[in-house]
Design a protein around this ligand. Structure first.
Ligand code: ZZB
Length: 258
């Protein structure tokens, strides 16, 4: 899988993270790195998700920057030469996902340029970076999780203000309009993020519909099809230093450690 690694710069740590992190990064700028397959939807980011029960690390990328992700992702980045020196992992500290909730970060390209970190139980430690940027307009999982968090903010121990940004229209499809994910969630009568089977189906529909029938309605490539815009948005993010190419080299990593 060829992901785009989005560099989401930390603006303000949550109180629990501040204590654990600030003194240990050697003055480096810290970025949470979110792995996405949908760079063209980055205009519609409204928050970011981590797995509250997952373990994360902050890893030196070089003398000036550090990346927050799972150890597994840091290892892949080191072998891909994304961090230096190539093949070497420099972990600065370890932190639990739950401690990151409420951290404020920059979301490159987003119409809402600053967003908060929220919990999502279905984030997999074995995929991407373990950090997921949330686009509720086009990702059914993100939309339903955001709705659940809003409904039960107290239960999830979040400040409602962190989940206050509404889905932002990014692309238009003939069948589902400007907000495909909410429309598909409604159509499939999905009630909560625990409806995992229907959500998997919704994701499949949203992917296909967006990719084959979507037209951009915001950003530099508004008016172009999603298929045209996707690689252009990606290239522009990478050129501007806001993202990098990140591959999920399952076989590669296994053969290295075998
Ligand atoms: C932004 C985005 C916008 C995404 C969208 C999807 C959609 P796949 O196809 O199963 O590989 N993701 C990334 N890492 C994780 C993780 N560790 N655990 C759970 N989810 C993760 O899924 C790749 C997508 O799953 C990624 O692309 C990311 O969310 C999420 F409008 O980034 B995406 C219809 C989907 N729409």
């Amino acid at each position: 899988q060829e992901y785009t690694g989005m560099k989401m710069e930390v603006v303000e740590w949550s109180p629990a993270a501040k204590e654990a992190i600030e003194s240990k990064v050697g003055g480096r700028k810290v970025f949470m790195v979110a792995a996405t397959l949908r760079p063209e939807t980055m205009y519609g980011q409204t928050n970011c998700f981590v797995g509250p029960a997952l373990k994360y690390g902050v890893f030196a990328a070089n003398d000036k920057e550090a990346y927050l992700c799972t150890h597994r992702a840091a290892r892949n980045m080191a072998f891909q030469g994304i961090t230096t020196p190539r093949g070497e992992i420099t972990q600065l500290l370890e932190i639990h996902g739950s401690q990151l909730i409420g951290t404020k970060i920059k979301a490159p390209l987003a119409l809402n340029p600053e967003v908060y970190v929220l919990p999502m139980d279905s984030v997999l430690a074995t995929k991407g970076t373990g950090v997921v940027t949330s686009v509720p307009s086009d990702s059914p999982d993100d939309y339903q999780t955001l709705m659940d968090l809003r409904k039960k903010a107290e239960y999830y121990k979040i400040d409602p203000a962190w989940a206050a940004i509404d889905p932002v229209p990014v692309l238009r499809t003939p069948t589902y309009g400007d907000l495909a994910a909410p429309a598909i969630v409604k159509q499939l009568k999905i009630q909560s993020a625990k409806d995992t089977k229907q959500l998997a189906e919704a994701k499949e529909i949203a992917y296909k519909e967006g990719f084959y029938n979507g037209t951009m309605i915001v950003g530099e490539f508004a008016g172009q099809t999603v298929q045209e815009a996707k690689p252009k948005v990606r290239e522009s993010l990478i050129k501007d230093g806001l993202a990098f190419a990140y591959a999920e080299p399952e076989g590669f990593v296994l053969s290295r450690s075998a």
